[in-house]
Design a protein around this ligand. Structure first.
Ligand code: AMP
Ligand code: ZN
Length: 491
């Protein structure tokens, strides 16, 4: 292969050749979801983007430790350290334990990511599981003189830090702009300056998510968990940190400040940011209601699109755009992706049944392979890789139609590489066991059985009707007979 992997490093504002700290190994941290509601398709797009990177790094032979956290405490409604904890608020509104909220939406998240065929990370740590580490981190930051305590809460002193180490490197904001643009404190706040951010917040008496600390019974600030967990599992300096573009500031900027205040060295070599999924031209977001849940997409129950789309069609749709470009979700684009995905699937089948036909091949396999790797090595350019796969599809179909020829060796190599890109790198799979189609097929079959049973009952053929009822019951499918017709329930 001629090219090597380059990635767009948000910290430098340019593409750089990727070199890992330890040869052959990659440490990658990605900010995970705040589990106070179901993930929407925008969140999923970001996690699919990092799944693509994880898969490609593994494909290149790296041993990757991929850490993606679960934020189950500390993320307040408002990024300026104000408002209620998102999870505590949901628990209050639903009159359930905060950990029930966490459990429900963590399970939902994992389930959805599995449907998208995203690989689970190597470690999936939680904020509440790392309170001790976060308290230790605060002590270290205080020892360095970059944090102060007021009334049981601890804040990071951004102005003091900035005197020694520049703050704002990642988001390109300088401290003067920040001072100018941050609204002044309203007198209620304990902060010395509005730019400061919370490391520890004293819990109000009503706040149920609280832990003891040297400063108060309280809870950690949102930015702290990622520093604590990335340092713990990947070390004080690691290769890749990722998240959605909207996390650059303040979240990632604060992570950098926290780590640098102790270690005096940049914690991360490459910062990668995935761009936003929009709906009707606006960012998909939980808070505005401008969003679609994955399951509403898979079962067609959303109000935006007329038909359902399978997890693989949606995954393919996200991969057909580069992870750094904004993508708008539209029915036309989804339909085109669904068609394209099916064309690739069919080509895989055709390729499997293809026979070699000549000593030479009417296709420059070596050049094609180079182009595929060049695409992925150019900052994970999956849309370009997919375009190259479609070039191969044309050739595959024309061999199948006996218009072109392929040698035995090239056929073997083409099969291997096409399969590797389709399954391992793009993380696609056949929809046989998870598609929308399958649910409707199953439903159709059951309805047909019920009809046959109804007809048997009408003609007093109770042997047949009982046979169907008992056989279904063994499969945990219960038939309910009612005057208006029978129905089934899957137990
Ligand atoms: P949250 O649960 O809000 O912390 O978000 C989880 C991840 O989803 C973060 O990396 C966000 O940047 C990302 N995200 C949120 N909204 C969108 C969107 N509309 N498109 C793509 N990624 C998003
Ligand atoms: Zn984070």
């Amino acid at each position: 292969m001629n090219s090597s992997l380059s990635v767009y490093n948000s910290l430098k504002g340019e593409k750089q050749v990727f070199e890992s700290i330890v040869a052959g190994h990659v440490g990658m941290y990605v900010c995970g979801p705040t589990v106070y509601s179901n993930v929407h398709l925008g969140n999923c797009r970001t996690f699919i983007s990092f799944d693509l990177m994880y898969r490609y790094l593994k494909h290149l032979g790296y041993k990757v430790r991929y850490v993606r956290n679960i934020t189950d405490a500390g993320h307040l409604e408002n990024d300026a350290d104000e408002g209620e904890d998102r999870i505590a608020k949901k628990a209050r509104l639903e009159s359930i334990e905060p950990m029930e909220v966490v459990q429900r939406y963590t399970v939902d998240f994992r389930n959805i990511m599995a449907q998208f065929n995203a690989l689970p990370p190597s470690i999936e740590p939680t904020a509440t599981g790392h309170i001790v580490e976060q308290i230790e981190l605060i002590k270290e930051i205080m020892e360095q003189g970059y944090a102060y305590e007021v009334n049981g809460s601890v804040y990071f002193d951004v102005l003091k830090f900035n005197k020694d180490i520049p703050y704002g490197k990642l988001s390109g904001r300088n401290i003067e702009d920040l001072i100018h643009n941050t609204r002044t404190l309203d007198g209620q706040s304990d902060k010395k300056n509005p730019q400061d951010f919370a490391l520890w917040k004293k819990a109000e008496p009503v706040h149920i998510m609280r832990w003891p600390s040297p400063w108060s019974d309280g809870f950690p600030g949102w930015h702290l968990e990622c520093t604590a967990m990335s340092r713990k599992y990947l070390g004080t300096q690691f290769d890749i940190h990722g998240g959605g573009m909207d996390l650059k500031f303040p979240h990632h900027e604060c992570e950098i400040a926290q780590a640098e205040s102790i270690d005096k060295t940049p914690p991360v070599n490459y910062w990668l940011h995935a761009n936003m999924l929009t709906l009707n031209g606006k960012k998909m977001a939980k808070s505005t209601g401008n969003n679609i849940l994955p399951k509403e997409m898979f079962n067609g129950s959303n109000e935006v699109f007329k038909k359902a789309f399978s997890p693989m069609a949606v995954r393919f749709f996200t991969l057909q755009a580069h992870y750094r470009s904004i993508v708008d979700l539209s029915e036309t684009a989804l339909e085109a992706s669904e068609k394209g995905f099916n064309r690739l699937l069919e080509a895989l089948q055709t390729l499997e049944n293809l026979s070699p036909s000549a000593a030479t091949t009417d296709f420059d396999f070596k050049a094609w392979k180079e182009k595929c790797y060049e695409a992925m090595n150019d900052d994970f350019n999956s849309p370009l890789l997919i375009a190259h796969l479609f070039d191969a599809v044309k050739f595959i179909n024309s061999v199948a139609n006996q218009k072109q020829e392929i040698s035995e060796k090239d056929l073997e190599d083409l099969k291997n590489l096409f399969n590797a890109f389709f399954y391992d790198v793009l993380g696609l799979k056949s929809t046989e066991n998870d598609g929308v189609k399958d649910v409707s097929q199953l439903e159709g079959t059951l309805k047909l059985l019920l009809e046959i049973r109804d007809q048997a009952r009408a003609s007093k053929d109770f042997e047949t009707s009982d046979l169907i009822r008992d056989a279904l019951l063994e499969l945990n499918i219960q038939i309910n007979d009612a005057p208006e017709g029978s129905s089934f329930k899957i137990n």
